[in-house]
Ligand binder design. Structure first.
Ligand SMILES: *Cc1c(COP(=O)(O)O)cnc(C)c1O
Length: 360
């Protein structure tokens, strides 16, 4: 029972195939009308003025850092319990990630910002992990007071909102990934940056295309990272169905919430005012290895998001963190477990997962 992406394709097969053929036959494959249309629809979906399609989620985050002029000597506060790309984007831009602890909802603890902020801090990268938005009211207030910019990593939170404000529209820049398994998934790599700021949007439009705003004239040194026409057309199809797709995930989560009853297992907490879109349904247990084995022999696959927190990766050894540096993060890394959660997960399959968990 692994993540069955083929079911997501079959569900709207006719529409996907029509869109793909339209692009293949058009003769336009990069920076064309399909991208413009997708950018317009996605901006509307998030409720912002601008959307720029880019090559993937990492590049979206990296371009956001570049557009905010984050470079050598600049620090960006990043939760340590995130996918590696959140931190890597800061490093690629030339800045330094400063790792911080999450709250009980697995998102950046607002109190950590004051604690980790130095004279070099330029921005805060908020990650709406597993599909739940961070407590953006508190985070926005602190960042405003301290003059820090906010980058939202929305790779797992397409359509999630906090007190009615949609993730990606709250900070200075919202960064999305359309990796196939995300809530809004492409059929290959893809990403986008959204913003209400006209100047940041113009800068990213230029940076994603070598730093060129006019063909063969270069304003600055950018990168090549564009969402291609084929992915844009396929994403436009899926975007039309996002309401239904996220509702289905929420219904699956509600069934888990209700069905899972085992004192050895901690279910995910939802913050008051947050609308969670369940990119993942993440449990915690002290007996993780044994639970993984128990589920495995019953044909149920699980994943750990993420076994090694960013601050303890070999890649960031030079930053000097040690086991014990971030105890909350490390406790989560040692105990979290994601159970099957994707569009197309059947009720009978889910019931088997619930029974296996309760039997444990
Ligand atoms: C998937 C993901 C990314 C990176 O997206 P890619 O498109 O794979 O580069 C970044 N941050 C988080 C939190 C993610 O889940």
């Amino acid at each position: 029972m692994t993540n069955r992406l083929d079911r997501g394709y079959q569900r709207f097969q006719g529409e996907f195939e029509e869109a793909a053929l339209r692009v293949l036959r058009s003769g336009y494959y990069i920076l064309g009308e399909e991208l413009e249309q997708f950018e317009e629809s996605f901006a509307r979906y998030i409720g912002v003025r601008h959307c720029l399609g880019v090559g993937n989620g990492l590049d979206a985050l990296r371009l956001a850092c570049m557009a905010l002029d984050i470079g050598p000597g600049d620090e960006v506060i990043v939760p340590a319990n995130t996918f590696f790309a959140s931190a890597l984007a800061v490093t690629q831009a030339g800045g330094t990630p400063v790792f911080a602890e999450p709250d009980e909802y697995y998102c950046l603890d607002p109190e950590e910002i004051e604690k980790r902020c130095t004279e070099h801090t330029k921005a805060v990268m908020v990650v709406h992990l597993y599909g739940q938005t961070a407590r953006m009211d508190a985070i926005s207030e602190i960042c405003k007071r301290k003059g820090l910019r906010i980058i939202e990593d929305c790779a797992q939170s397409h359509g999630a909102n906090y007190m009615g404000r949609v993730s990606g529209s709250i900070g200075d820049l919202g960064c999305f990934s359309f990796y196939p398994s995300k809530n809004l998934g492409a059929f290959g790599d893809g990403g986008a940056v959204v913003t209400n700021d006209d100047d940041l949007a113009a800068r990213i439009r230029c940076l994603r295309n070598y730093g060129s705003s006019k063909r063969y004239y270069y304003d600055e040194c950018g990168i090549n990272s564009r969402l291609d026409e084929l992915q844009a057309a396929l994403l436009s199809v899926r975007l039309k169905h996002m309401g239904e797709l996220n509702r289905e995930r929420k219904a699956s989560a509600a069934a888990y919430d209700k069905g899972i009853q085992n004192e050895k297992i901690i279910k995910p907490a939802v913050c008051l005012g947050a609308e969670h879109v369940y990119h993942q349904y993440v449990l915690r247990t002290q007996e993780r290895d044994r639970l993984i084995g128990h589920l495995k022999i019953r044909g149920i696959d699980t994943i750990i998001h993420y076994p090694v927190p960013c601050h303890l990766t070999d890649a960031y050894a030079s930053l000097g963190y040690k086991p014990g540096s971030l105890p909350v993060t490390e406790k989560y890394a040692a105990t979290v477990l994601s159970i099957p959660m994707y569009n197309g997960l059947k009720k009978t399959e889910q019931q088997r997962v619930i029974e296996a968990l309760n039997e444990f």
